[in-house]
Unconditional design. Structure first.
Length: 95
């Protein structure tokens, strides 16, 4: 998978880290779930089976992988969407 950062740089791999202006970063965990439909990324506050949900918090860095998909992920997959990644967010959505 190829990721494009905010500055236009590209990087291949399973994970990509791009620096934004104020030292903030966007971390993407790649996944390949679902069919061949439209690609979507899932916010890290939403459970995806087998992937830890950390909600952008260091306090949850050692979280166990989710046992199942959140309802919204189930609905996306049922509708044919392809889950391509999980993206971080402001810590605990306090942004």
């Amino acid at each position: 998978m190829l990721f494009t950062g905010p500055d236009g740089s590209q990087r291949a791999g399973n994970e990509a880290l791009f620096s934004r202006g104020g030292g903030m970063s966007m971390f993407v965990k790649t996944l390949n779930l679902g069919g061949a439909g439209p690609a979507v990324a899932i916010k890290d506050s939403i459970d995806v089976a087998g992937v830890p949900t950390q909600a952008g918090s260091q306090a949850l860095a050692d979280a166990a992988p989710a046992a199942g998909h959140a309802e919204v992920v189930e609905r996306l997959l049922s509708a044919g969407y392809r889950i391509t990644g999980k993206v971080t967010m402001n810590e605990l959505a306090f942004g």
